[in-house]
Ligand binder design. Structure first.
Ligand SMILES: [Zn+2]
Length: 208
């Protein structure tokens, strides 16, 4: 009876270990799946074009990020790279803007997802700086960063400096970076920034 009981316990432990391993794998699969889903949405909404834009998610000391030159419209799991917080490549060739993502994660413990896009009206606003209307849903801080070479350390440092107090950073003559506790939150902020940029533009034209 005792032997049978111990055999049962060992079997149960093995199952638990296997479950833990599977859980890790399931988590990995879920992160990759979520990234792919949001990339496709960003492309469908017109927030990125061709191979522009990059998005990432942090899990512990690791960061999942889209690979260099990936087309969000046709993205698949092979287009998701993995790096550590120091930028060491673990899998795939990460985006050229990886440094910017990592610098932001270093200064924002509450941020676990970053979306960098090129929305049309946000870029227009970055040139013209017309006032952006305050709407109830735009309940987060945004700020501007002067033009710096994409992918440069200077840009990464400047954006992370602003990210200490802003959840949306408009990159002059370039695009937008939005931060969130998760991908959904970062996506909503991207949508809202484009909406208020569009609305601000239309208001600047109206004479009534
Ligand atoms: Zn860009």
């Amino acid at each position: 009876m005792d032997i049978l009981f111990f055999k049962y316990c060992n079997l149960k432990n093995r199952h638990l270990l296997l479950k833990l391993k599977n859980f890790k794998n399931i988590y990995h699969i879920k992160m990759v799946r979520d990234l792919i889903r949001i990339c496709k949405k960003l492309r469908a909404f017109g927030f990125v074009e061709a191979t522009s834009g990059n998005i990432s998610m942090r899990k512990g000391s690791k960061v999942y990020i889209t690979t260099a030159g990936s087309d969000f419209g046709e993205i698949s799991k092979k287009d998701i790279a993995l790096v550590d917080l120091n930028g060491k490549q673990i899998k795939g060739k990460p985006s050229s803007e990886t440094r910017m993502h990592l610098e932001i994660y270093k200064v924002r413990d509450d941020c676990n997802a970053i979306i960098h896009t090129h929305p049309l009206f946000v870029i227009l606003n970055s040139f013209k700086k017309y006032p952006l209307p305050i709407l109830p849903e735009a309940n987060f801080e945004w700020c501007y960063v002067k033009y710096l070479k994409p992918g440069s350390l200077e840009l990464a440092k400047e954006v992370s400096k602003k990210a200490k107090r802003c959840d949306a950073i408009i990159l002059e003559r370039h695009g937008l970076v939005c931060l969130g506790r998760n991908l959904k939150e970062a996506f909503y902020k991207t949508e809202i920034m484009e909406k208020i940029s569009k609305l601000g533009f239309l208001l600047s034209l109206s004479s009534f």
